[in-house]
Design a protein. Structure first.
Length: 348
C-alpha cells in the first residue's frame, strides 16, 4: 500500500490545476496562431496599428456571438499584441456602482479592461460607465436629497473590451460608445476547426491521424471550444480505455486514430454530425409525438421537461443551422433532413 507521500499527483487536485494550465496554453498568443474570423482580425489589427502610430490607446471594442467562438481569446490576444495589462471581470460580478468605481480607479494608464457578458450589467452601473468610456471621467454622487452633490474623478486612459452572447440585451446608448467597433464572431468551417485541433494537439503532445482530425471537426458544432473539449476527451479515452491503449499507444506514441476517436465520441453520445442526446431527444419527440410539428415552444419544453430558455437558446440554434428544424409562425417543424438523419419515414 502506497503512502500519501507517494500518491500520484494526477489523482489529486493537481490534475485540475494541470487542466487549467493546458486550457490557457491552447489560447493563441500571436495573430498568426489565431485561426478563422479573418474579417475581425484584419479590422482589429488596423485599429491597433493606427492607434499605436498616433500614440493613442485603442478605442473601445465589443465582440458578440455564440459561446465558444473566441471572444475572450481575442481580448487576450489584443493585450498580448499591444503589450498592455488586462484586468478581467464580468457583468454579474459588478453588482454596485462602487464595484465599478474601484475597478476603474485602479487601472493604470493604457490598461485594458475586459468585461465578459456585459449585457448582464446592472443598469445603474451602466449609467456610470457611459462618461467613463466617452470622457474618461467618473461621476460620483455624494450624499442624499437636497444636500447631494456630484463630483468628477479623472480616470487614466483605458480601453474597454467587452464580450456578450446576447447583443440585443445591451442598451443602444452603451453599444454606441464602442467607437472601435462592434464585431460579430461567425461559426467556423470544418477546415478551420481541423486546423485548430491540429494546433491544440501539438500543444498537448498528441498526434492525430487525418481521419481522426476530420471526425472531431465534423462533430464539433463549428465551435473551437467544443472541438478542444472533444480532443481532450479523446486523449483521455486513448490513455485509459483498453481499446484506446491498444489502438493508439501500441508503439509508445500518443497517436489517436479514427477508430479511437469514434469510440470516444460515441461514449459522449455525440453522433456523426454533432448532435447530442438532448438534440436527438428534441427531434424524436417532435417527430414521434407531434408528427413533425408545428409545435409551440411551451409544448416542446413541457414534453422534454426542460426550461423554455434552454430549448430556445441551447438546443434549437444548432438544429436550425444544420437544416434539421424550422421555426415557423405556427411553431417548430422537423425537416425532411431530420427524418432521414434519425431513420424515420418522411411524411409530406
Amino acid at each position: 500500500m502506497s503512502s500519501p507521500k507517494n500518491k500520484d499527483p494526477r489523482q489529486s487536485g493537481a490534475s485540475k490545476t494541470e487542466d487549467v494550465v493546458l486550457d490557457q496554453t491552447l489560447r493563441p498568443t500571436r495573430w498568426d496562431d489565431y485561426i478563422g474570423q479573418k474579417h475581425i482580425k484584419d479590422n482589429v489589427k488596423i485599429l491597433l496599428r493606427a492607434a499605436e502610430e498616433r500614440g493613442h490607446i485603442p478605442e473601445h471594442i465589443l465582440f458578440y456571438g455564440p459561446p465558444g467562438l473566441g471572444k475572450t481569446t481575442l481580448a487576450h490576444l489584443i493585450a498580448k499584441e499591444t503589450g498592455r495589462q488586462m484586468k478581467i471581470t464580468s457583468g454579474p460580478a459588478i453588482e454596485k456602482v462602487g464595484d465599478l468605481a474601484s475597478i476603474l480607479t485602479n487601472l493604470a494608464p493604457g490598461d485594458i479592461l475586459f468585461i465578459d457578458e456585459i449585457h448582464r450589467l446592472n443598469k445603474m452601473v451602466e449609467e456610470i460607465l457611459y462618461p467613463a468610456m466617452e470622457s474618461g471621467v467618473l461621476d460620483i454622487i455624494i450624499g442624499k436629497g437636497p444636500s447631494a452633490r456630484t463630483i468628477q474623478l479623472d480616470l487614466p486612459p483605458f480601453t474597454l473590451i467587452a464580450a456578450t452572447t446576447r447583443v440585443a440585451l445591451i442598451s443602444s446608448p452603451l453599444r454606441s460608445r464602442f467607437s472601435g467597433g462592434v464585431f460579430r464572431l461567425e461559426f467556423y468551417s470544418n477546415e478551420e476547426i481541423a486546423k485548430i485541433i491540429e494546433r491544440s494537439g501539438k500543444l498537448l503532445d498528441i498526434l492525430l491521424e487525418a481521419d481522426a482530425l476530420e471526425e472531431i471537426a465534423k462533430r464539433s458544432r463549428f465551435t473551437p471550444r467544443t472541438a478542444n473539449y472533444f480532443l481532450k476527451r479523446c486523449r483521455d479515452f486513448a490513455q485509459v480505455s483498453p481499446e484506446g491503449k491498444q489502438a493508439s499507444y501500441g508503439a509508445g506514441k500518443k497517436v489517436i486514430d479514427k477508430k479511437t476517436t469514434v469510440a470516444a465520441l460515441n461514449m459522449l453520445a455525440v453522433d456523426d454530425i454533432g448532435l447530442n442526446s438532448s438534440d436527438r431527444k428534441f427531434l424524436e419527440i417532435l417527430i414521434e409525438k407531434f408528427n413533425g410539428g408545428p409545435v409551440g415552444l411551451k409544448t416542446m419544453a413541457a414534453a422534454m421537461s426542460e426550461e423554455e430558455a434552454t430549448v430556445e437558446e441551447v438546443i434549437e440554434p444548432y438544429l436550425i443551422q444544420l437544416g434539421l428544424l424550422e421555426r415557423t409562425a405556427r411553431g417548430r417543424v422537423a425537416t425532411k433532413k431530420a427524418y432521414e438523419h434519425l431513420g424515420f419515414s418522411y411524411k409530406v
